[in-house]
Design a protein around this ligand. Structure first.
Ligand code: FE2
Ligand code: FE2
Length: 308
């Protein structure tokens, strides 16, 4: 790999240069903890009469879930792969600088997990909306299942591809929250800090994937190409169990909660969101010829991510 990674990392990385972001209750008064328009179920007509307290609870839980998802993802998925790269435990011939850069990413992600959890605790204390338990296990299971299905016996390669997928997708959350003046300043600041680091990670993993692809034999290329659209889907498809749990905690009855989930998270809107958030990753796959492989194109088509 030849691309320079964040050349000024020791001074510019969030963990090296940014202050601890603190919630200032006076400054944040009158703002929302999270953009309402990014929470699909809040708009459902069945929730129109639930009252302001319940709405605030749902918004807070959505924020908590997003941040806690981040803490798990960074430490359990991304840093597992970053450590493998840093230790040279891949089939790629990476030089010392590339491996050391992977440890910079490791530090960044550890810090992202820390500040995400920190802000959750600050917000919880301020709003007095208790954080519900967050379970990352279903996401891990889904990722592992994709690996077993498309890359049997190649667990470590599958784990590296999980990182490529997570580090190259771009969610609307990252793009929109830092600019949203209706959102808590502390939330905009931490998401902004996160985006600034992730721009560099994105570039690193684009190069990493191209290098990895170049070294694959034709048979393995088919397996990797078929796995990638599923990994993109595994990254971006929301977990609905925590949403249901939040609805129940806000006082919504079980039948209404299920109806809201059915209406707000229909397959076509989920696939459209995955396609949108995954467009850079899908384009990366396309750029190396992955979707010239008919089986892989078929997998992407079946998930609603590409036209046939
Ligand atoms: Fe991160
Ligand atoms: Fe990252």
């Amino acid at each position: 790999m030849t691309a320079p990674f964040a050349p000024d990392w020791y001074r510019s990385a969030g963990v090296r240069s940014r202050p601890r972001r603190m919630l200032d209750e006076d400054l944040d008064a009158g703002l929302h903890v999270f953009p309402e328009h990014l929470v699909p179920h809040l708009r459902h007509e069945a929730l129109a009469g639930i009252g302001e307290t319940a709405r605030r609870t749902l918004l807070a839980q959505h924020f908590y879930q997003y941040m806690l998802f981040t803490t798990h993802l960074e430490t359990k998925v991304v840093n597992r792969g970053a450590a493998m790269i840093a230790h040279g435990e891949t089939d790629l011939d990476l030089d010392h600088r590339d491996r050391q850069d992977a440890f910079k990413i490791y530090c960044d992600e550890g810090y992202h997990a820390l500040f995400s959890m920190d802000v959750v605790r600050q917000v919880e204390k301020s709003l007095a909306v208790p954080v519900l338990p967050y379970d990352f296990a279903p996401r891990e299971a889904r990722l592992a299942e994709t690996g077993q299905r498309f890359l049997p016996g190649r667990e470590r390669l599958a784990q590296l591809l999980q990182v490529v997928a997570f580090e190259t997708v771009v969610t609307r959350y990252l793009a929109q929250i830092p600019r949203d003046e209706g959102v808590f300043r502390v939330v905009r600041a931490v998401v902004g800090d996160h985006v600034d680091d992730e721009v560099h990670h994105h570039a690193y993993f684009v190069h990493f994937f191209k290098e990895l692809w170049a070294g694959l034999d034709p048979r393995l290329r088919v397996e990797v190409a078929c796995a990638m659209p599923h990994l993109v889907d595994d990254c971006l498809r929301p977990d609905l169990a925590p949403v249901r749990q939040a609805l129940l905690a806000a006082g919504v009855d079980a039948a209404t909660a299920d109806a809201v989930l059915d209406d707000c998270y229909r397959e076509e809107s989920l696939a459209a969101a995955v396609r949108d958030g995954g467009r850079h990753t899908l384009r990366l796959c396309e750029s190396v010829g992955a979707f010239d492989i008919p089986e892989a194109r078929e997998q992407a088509y079946l998930l609603g991510l590409l036209d046939r």
